[in-house]
Design a protein around this ligand. Structure first.
Ligand code: MG
Length: 231
């Protein structure tokens, strides 16, 4: 055993994990819950509904291509606005009734609500952290915390769709800080996107940690359980 490993723990140099914080802000999609696992059945459900109503099959890939085309023409639109606009365009191309797009969107959101699952450690880690400090959700998406039962643990929910600012804009993080009542430098933001979550949060003066559950990013969290070791 090399001599270094026999030193007492208190003599270890401080790692970035030892930086303290008074509140945590979380990204939602692919940080707290698996977005793709809920999205896939939800978009398939919407496609089935549209196909049944329009009298001819509607393919998910076709809906997604329309979504990309619509996004190119609507810079600055929120994610739910783009999804609804894509359904509207799909319905228009098949000469369906316009209100069918609203029904498809409602079915899509209801299926996402049913299908959204937390990553395995999240409920336990969130409950443990919430007992010690305020927590916020800072998201560009439109998932609801109530879908997963996390809502009682969060004192602030800041969604781009509601506040008109999207990550990585530092402004959305400053709204989170204000809602938490905690100085940006004392808030740790955790998310899976290097730019939206890490660069954006750092630009707002927050601390930030990337989570990469694949383990491919050196220094990133691979599970939120790492946050409990940080205190
Ligand atoms: Mg994310």
């Amino acid at each position: 055993m090399p001599p270094e490993s026999r030193r007492p723990a208190t003599a270890e140099p401080l790692s970035s994990d030892a930086v303290s914080f008074d509140a945590v802000s979380f990204d939602g999609d692919d940080t707290l819950w698996d977005f793709a696992a809920a999205f896939a059945p939800a978009i398939a459900h919407a496609a089935d509904l549209l196909g049944a109503e329009l009298g001819a099959p509607v393919e998910v890939d076709w809906l997604q291509r329309i979504r990309e085309e619509v996004a190119a023409g609507l810079p600055g639109a929120t994610l739910p606005e783009l999804r609804l606009a894509a359904f509207a365009e799909a319905v228009r191309r098949r000469a369906g009734r316009p209100e069918l797009a609203d029904r498809a969107f409602e079915a899509f959101m209801a299926a996402r609500a049913r299908s959204t699952r937390l990553f395995p450690e999240v409920a336990e880690v969130v409950a443990a952290l919430a007992a010690r400090m305020p927590l916020a959700l800072t998201t560009n998406g439109n998932a609801e915390l109530s879908w997963t039962g996390l809502d009682p643990y969060f004192s602030a929910v800041v969604r781009a769709v509601d506040c008109g600012r999207s990550k990585p804009d530092p402004a959305i993080y400053l709204i989170t800080a204000e809602r938490l009542g905690v100085a940006p430098a004392r808030i740790l933001h955790v998310g899976d996107h290097p730019v939206e979550d890490v660069a954006g949060a750092l630009a707002a003066g927050f601390q930030a940690r990337l989570i990469d559950r694949t383990g491919r990013t050196p220094g990133a969290l691979t599970s939120l359980a790492g946050l409990l070791l940080s205190r």
